[in-house]
Design a protein around this ligand. Structure first.
Ligand code: SF4
Length: 278
């Protein structure tokens, strides 16, 4: 292949990629194909989520979604003109972060949204930033992750029994998705919950936005959810019952953001204790 000026080598495989990465171009772990159907509207997200018959199909359509114009613009601007200087020699994923991990999980971890220079660069949930360093190290200590770090797609990391998704799948400016974006992307989360439900034991919400998004998804799916709405805090727990009478626990943890881990609001011990109880 002839290298173009805008192509850069993947840090693990060395293959050349444009930023954002075209679907099906060979990026490690890319669930999409070049012909994967794109959702342009909330209505299309709802329809396509409902039609996804497997986690693989869901991840493929999520990873090419363009239903939130503000977030599409932001993720692609960061991936082209807005790269962090230390990553300027790398291609940026620049697409929504698909779910990562075991396609038949016992535990679903729900984060807030991709980081602009983390998942938005690497294409894998919580990968390539300090938040991910914390989360994968804890998952490794708990026996769910094959290695303690997750630096790049293609680095050999794998999860057993755990799948990681997010309330919002595109990097938002200031880490603040607006209510309409949260609602639209919640329709993808609905499908993640529905597909995981048959084998699911627990869900771990990282932060209040993930907590609220998970409860909202469960309600839309017709699951029995505690009323009034249980409040988020670190260690909060509530049970919900699916339409097939499965009881699933929702547990809250402070988010593994640098803001929380640097200040000691969330310690390794606190995170380990939450994971041990799932
Ligand atoms: S935030 Fe979610 S719904 Fe919006 S464009 Fe990204 S993947 Fe699609």
């Amino acid at each position: 292949m002839t290298k173009t000026a805008s192509q850069l080598p993947h840090p693990v495989t060395g293959q050349l990629f444009e930023s954002p990465v075209p679907p099906g171009a060979g990026w490690p772990g890319d669930p999409a194909k070049s012909a994967s159907t794109i959702a342009w509207t909330e209505r299309q997200v709802e329809q396509m989520a409902g039609l996804a018959g497997s986690v693989a199909e869901l991840d493929a359509v999520v990873s090419v979604c363009r239903a939130c114009p503000r977030l599409v613009k932001w993720r692609e601007t960061v991936a082209t003109e807005g790269k962090r200087a230390s990553f300027a020699d790398q291609p940026y994923w620049g697409r929504p972060g698909p779910g990562f991990g075991d396609p038949e999980p016992e535990i679903l971890v729900i984060g807030l949204a991709p980081a602009a220079n983390g998942t938005n660069r690497t294409g894998r949930m919580f990968t390539g930033d300090r938040s991910g360093d914390w989360l994968y190290a804890a998952l490794h200590r708990a026996g769910y992750a094959s290695q303690p770090t997750s630096t790049h797609a293609g680095d050999g990391q794998s999860l057993t029994g755990v799948r990681i998704v997010a309330a919002v799948r595109c990097a938002p400016p200031g880490n603040k998705p607006d209510p309409a974006e949260r609602h639209t992307c919640g329709l993808w989360l609905d499908r993640d919950l529905a597909l995981a439900a048959p084998g699911l034991r627990s869900m771990l919400a990282l932060g209040a936005i993930a907590w609220d998004a998970t409860l909202a998804s469960a309600r839309r799916l017709g699951w029995a959810v505690q009323r009034p709405r249980p409040r988020f805090t670190h260690g909060a727990e509530t049970a919900m019952v699916t339409t097939t009478d499965r009881s699933i626990r929702l547990v809250g943890s402070y988010h593994v953001s640098q803001q929380n881990t640097f200040t000691g609001r969330l310690t390794e011990t606190m995170l380990d204790e939450v994971l041990a109880g799932l």
